[in-house]
Design a protein around this ligand. Structure first.
Ligand SMILES: Nc1ncnc2c1ncn2[C@@H]1O[C@H](COP(=O)(O)OP(=O)(O)OP(=O)(O)O)[C@@H](O)[C@H]1O
Ligand SMILES: [Mg+2]
Length: 144
């Protein structure tokens, strides 16, 4: 059963700022325990979207890509984990890094390049696909 009573429809975002605003409005349907997978190629705007999402959740400060750190943690009312599987694609390695603990922590968990670990992610997670339409334009679609 899905807990996601409110909806957010995605759309076309014609600048970085618009994508940040999109992430901010998406934050309305996010609550502790939500797992969000962000898919799409390099530079499509996943991290930019997360900046807006974190802002919408009340975070004030710098949001950096977890490409090298693998997991970034933000402590607000609820803990938020921002994870990136781009450089670590091996599911076994993620198991050793405690991916199940993150997923089951009741925190908000956002995962870029989630496809590599999809088999262990919850079936009621929210999947969002990003597509580059042109240099400054991105299409963002929630997978139903
Ligand atoms: N409409 C847009 N939305 C988001 N980013 C945009 C847009 N137009 C241009 N950009 C640029 O595209 C890049 C998106 O980078 P970002 O780090 O958000 O992508 P990413 O999907 O997280 O990439 P990676 O897979 O490397 O983590 C930035 O340089 C940003 O300025
Ligand atoms: Mg990124």
């Amino acid at each position: 059963m899905s807990n996601y009573s409110k909806s957010w429809d995605g759309g076309i975002f014609k600048s970085c700022d618009e994508t940040i605003q999109g992430g901010k409005s998406f934050s309305d349907i996010v609550f502790p325990g939500t797992v969000i997978g962000l898919g799409g190629g390099l530079g499509v705007g996943k991290t930019t979207f997360v900046k807006g999402l974190l802002e919408g959740l009340g975070y004030i400060g710098n949001v950096t890509s977890p490409t090298f750190t693998l997991v970034n943690q933000y402590n607000l009312d609820s803990t938020i984990y921002h994870i990136d599987c781009y450089r670590e694609t091996d599911l076994e390695s993620w198991m050793k890094l405690g991916i199940n603990e993150y997923i089951n922590s009741g925190s908000i968990v956002i995962i870029e390049w989630y496809g590599y670990i999809e088999s262990i992610l919850p079936s009621d997670m929210i999947k969002i696909d990003f597509k580059m339409l042109s240099q400054n334009s991105r299409q963002i679609v929630i997978r139903k």
